[in-house]
Design a protein around this ligand. Structure first.
Ligand SMILES: *Cc1c(COP(=O)(O)O)cnc(C)c1O
Length: 378
């Protein structure tokens, strides 16, 4: 059985008639930027997420960067970000000329919590970017309280979590902004780059609209230095075809995650418990394993594609290692050594999950001498 990490071409086949028609409509109309598809998508996403407004942009990265810019965060400011996340979460802070301060993960979680944030707090901290990593909601209530008490903006990086819920409200609607990515592999993926910002503050929303379009107030007036960060009409049309399927796809991911939890019960794999009151969307199903690298090789030998998200925590990335030389975040560093993302996508057959579970049991029961060479880190 050959099992890919994901299957985007297969997903297109399933939606082919609808996608082709939507794309053709855009070609026939001849409007490619800032048109009716964008307006409609923004409306539909705002409804879906439960935010007053959504502003579509070029990428999830830009959704974060424009959020920082619109809030006036820049030189001299600190922004707290998780050490264990995709690089872009921290990159945007530097792009805005502020300084990223890295927070460790909560014990037993992939996400950050208030304790980690408190450790990273400085007198210059202006904002916290909370990442709902792998589609698991961050525990937002204590975090919101902390941010209110310390006069910090809370920005949600919901790039991996569209459709997830926290106490019956959509992820991305809790922060001053919520950033979404439509990168093709995300739960709601475009056929190219794309992103969106959820925002319920009308003044901030109009500032974001201005920033994404060269700081333009109207056609000829530029009130500030902005960006070219608009979403193509083609991508908007494709996303509008896909959005009505998203809840079913996410439910399917939850079923597969539940199956993995059964199939891996008697293995050395571990994963964080889902927080009470949250509905995750399992962008990835990520386990930790004490022999991660050997397990990944073993699975590859059996035609199972897996991935490591993320092998290097942000503070150890070459781009940050000099400026953050003394920083030690043991939980994030340990995760980087142990995490493995198993295949999960809506069309993955349940048999594949059982098969992977059996292979992992085989791996652990074969005497490869691993017991004599424990992982030097632990
Ligand atoms: C994908 C992703 C981003 C960036 O989104 P792009 O659309 O690729 O720019 C930011 N943060 C996280 C956590 C992501 O997974």
């Amino acid at each position: 059985m050959t099992i890919p990490q994901l299957d985007l071409a297969g997903e297109y086949q399933q939606l082919r008639t609808e996608i082709d028609a939507a794309v053709q409509q855009v070609f026939l109309k001849g409007a490619f930027i800032d048109g009716a598809e964008n307006a409609a998508l923004e409306h539909e996403l705002a409804e879906y997420i439960g935010a007053a407004e959504v502003i579509c942009v070029n990428s999830g990265t830009d959704a974060l960067l424009l959020s920082l810019k619109a809030l006036g965060i820049g030189a001299g400011d600190d922004v707290i970000v998780p050490a264990f996340t995709f690089f872009a979460t921290a990159e945007v802070v530097s792009l805005a000329r502020a300084r990223p301060c890295f927070a460790d993960c909560a014990p037993g979680q992939y996400n950050i919590d208030v304790d980690g944030i408190r450790e990273a707090l400085t007198p210059r901290t202006k904002a916290v970017i909370a990442v709902h990593l792998f589609g698991q909601p961050v525990d937002l209530k204590p975090l919101q309280e902390f941010c209110v008490n310390h006069d910090l903006w809370l920005i949600e990086d919901a790039a991996q979590a569209i459709g997830a819920r926290y106490h019956d409200r959509g992820i991305g609607s809790f922060g001053v902004t919520g950033a979404f990515s439509f990168y093709p592999t995300k739960n709601l993926g475009a056929y190219g780059d794309g992103g969106a910002i959820a925002c319920s503050d009308p003044d901030l929303a109009s500032r974001l609209r201005c920033l994404r379009n060269h700081g333009r107030q109207d056609r000829y007036q530029h009130s500030e230095i902005g960006f070219n960060s608009r979403l193509d009409e083609l991508q908007a049309a494709i996303l509008r075809v896909k959005l009505p399927y998203l809840d079913d796809w996410n439910a399917r991911r939850r079923q597969l995650a539940a199956l993995y939890q059964q199939a891996l019960q008697n293995t050395e794999c571990n994963w964080p418990a889902v927080l009470e009151g949250t509905v995750p969307v399992h962008h990835q199903f990520v386990v930790t394993h004490p022999h991660r690298d050997a397990l990944q090789l073993f699975l590859a030998g059996h035609n199972i594609s897996t991935a490591v998200f993320y092998p290097i925590p942000c503070h150890r990335q070459p781009a940050f290692s000099e400026s953050h030389a003394g920083v030690s975040l043991p939980l994030a560093e340990r995760l980087a050594d142990q995490v493995l993302a198993l295949p999960i996508y809506p069309a993955l057959p349940p048999e594949a999950v059982w098969h992977i579970g059996e292979l992992i049991q085989d791996f652990e029961h074969v005497d490869t001498g691993r017991g004599n060479h424990p992982n030097p880190h632990y």
